[in-house]
Design a protein around this ligand. Structure first.
Ligand code: CP
Length: 304
């Protein structure tokens, strides 16, 4: 039985297989509309979500399966003090696969240890969000035709932004990917990522707080929101929340074939005037997330 807790749980070959399957689903969705008949997906969301939970549910429904679950800790027996370990033991007899989001880092790992069904990490605290990474990768691969030989700018909250951590972990495995890490000093990437992932793999990267300066070099600009829910005091959040705002004027510095991605939700960090720029692909990205989650569900259930 396989789980997906970190992007590194998938080899590059497995990752490429899931992305190719997702692209085939994108082209021929009807071919896959009965693949999961008789199967159930449980969505166990202890933290708010729009895209991840609903795209997982859409993915299972598109595959002909059924869905059940809860969308907040308060509406589950976690509110009465039930542990993740006990919850997953019970859910294992109600569903064939589950996607779990939890504010505590490592909660999906604990779930996987006690589960009889595949567990998918749908975001754990400030740690990882591997299915957002699959979404980001299928978007880049579909639009650019490759995942190697590119300069990726990541801008905003690189400290708490789990999507950034997962995407860096995944992309360092492709040749000649260079990173420009754009953030306020307080929101730079965690030290473990710098030492154990970037330095350990001899990856070229620059850390800066100057978006305009590096804009002309970027093939991808991955914007992120400042993660209000991870701050210990509101003053710091208010001071840092509008550190970077991408607008039409800044887009003038970018290559004509650069793409702007964002895991969403957006708050202020991308002005709505950018939405009509053909290089702004974040809503397309959210749509691609359904196809790649369909591919992942099939893969973990052994139906591919
Ligand atoms: N990108 C993402 O994880 O969005 P949600 O928080 O809405 O699921």
């Amino acid at each position: 039985m396989k789980h997906l807790i970190s992007p590194l749980d998938l080899s590059v070959e497995e990752l490429d297989h899931i992305l190719c399957l997702g692209q085939d689903i994108m082209k021929n969705p009807e071919k896959y509309s009965h693949v999961c008949e008789g199967k159930k997906l449980a969505t166990l969301f202890y933290e708010p979500s729009t895209r991840t939970r609903l795209s997982f549910e859409a993915a299972m429904l598109n595959l002909g399966g059924k869905v059940l679950g809860f969308s907040s800790a308060d509406s589950s027996s976690a509110a009465k003090g039930e542990s993740v370990a006990d919850t997953i033991r019970v859910i294992s007899s109600y569903a064939d696969i589950c996607a779990m989001r939890h504010p505590k880092e490592g909660a999906p790992t604990v779930a996987a240890m006690h589960s009889e069904i595949p567990v998918i990490n749908a975001g754990d605290g400030g740690h990882n969000h591997p299915t957002q990474t699959l979404t980001d990768l299928i978007t880049i691969k579909t639009l650019m035709g490759r995942l190697d030989n590119m300069t990726v700018g990541m801008c905003g909250d690189l400290k708490f932004g789990r999507t950034v951590h997962s995407l860096i972990n995944a992309m360092v495995r492709y040749p000649n990917v260079r990173f420009i890490l754009i953030s306020p000093t307080e929101l730079m990437i965690p030290d473990y990522l710098r030492k154990e992932v970037l330095d350990a793999n001899n990856i070229e990267y620059i850390e800066t707080n100057d978006l305009e300066k590096f804009m002309p070099e970027l093939d991808i600009l991955y914007m992120t929101r400042v993660q209000k829910e991870r701050f210990f005091n509101e003053e710091d959040y208010i001071r840092l929340k509008d550190s970077f705002i991408l607008d039409a004027a800044k887009m003038e510095y970018a290559k004509k074939d650069m793409y702007v991605l964002h895991p969403l939700p957006r708050v202020n960090e991308i002005a709505t005037e950018v939405d009509n720029d053909p290089r702004a692909v974040y809503f397309k990205q959210a749509k691609f997330g359904v196809y790649v989650r369909m591919a992942l569900i099939m893969n973990l259930l052994g139906l591919d």
